[in-house]
Write a new protein. Structure first.
Length: 136
């Protein structure tokens, strides 16, 4: 089984993966495909994403990914699965937000861990103290 990807760029800003990277990701994502297949990938800007989203999903805003399933079409023994349209600016913005969120979550977890350690130390020291009825 093999997977191939036809890649088009409508934009490369703010950042877009290279053709080999996109093909590698497509192959990993389609590793369970039952036969040799191919997929179309188009990297777009927010204007094109918004236009396509408005036309096909009736939502007047850009979106991260649109997918278009295809009727099974054979091309030289391969099966065409459909197209992906990826909006580079939206994906980049979401990635930055996830990194910031993960960093904040990491700081929160570290803070809670420090609190637990402090509480644990306090509980351990309380075990060494005699009970109030044993104090003379």
């Amino acid at each position: 089984m093999s997977v191939s990807a036809a890649v088009q760029y409508g934009t490369r800003k703010p950042w877009a993966p290279s053709v080999p990277t996109l093909r590698r990701w497509a192959a990993a994502g389609l590793a369970v495909a039952p036969r040799s297949s191919w997929i179309g990938i188009r990297i777009v800007d927010t204007a094109e994403s918004r236009k396509l989203n408005r036309r096909y999903r009736h939502q007047d805003k850009p979106t991260n990914v649109l997918s278009f399933e295809a009727e099974p079409v054979r091309r030289q023994g391969e099966c065409f699965l459909g197209d992906l349209v990826i909006c580079a600016p939206v994906v980049a913005r979401e990635a930055r937000a996830q990194v910031a969120g993960a960093a904040a979550a990491g700081r929160g977890r570290a803070h809670r861990l420090a609190q637990r350690r402090s509480a644990f130390r306090g509980a351990a020291s309380m075990k060494r103290c005699p009970a109030p009825d044993q104090v003379r």
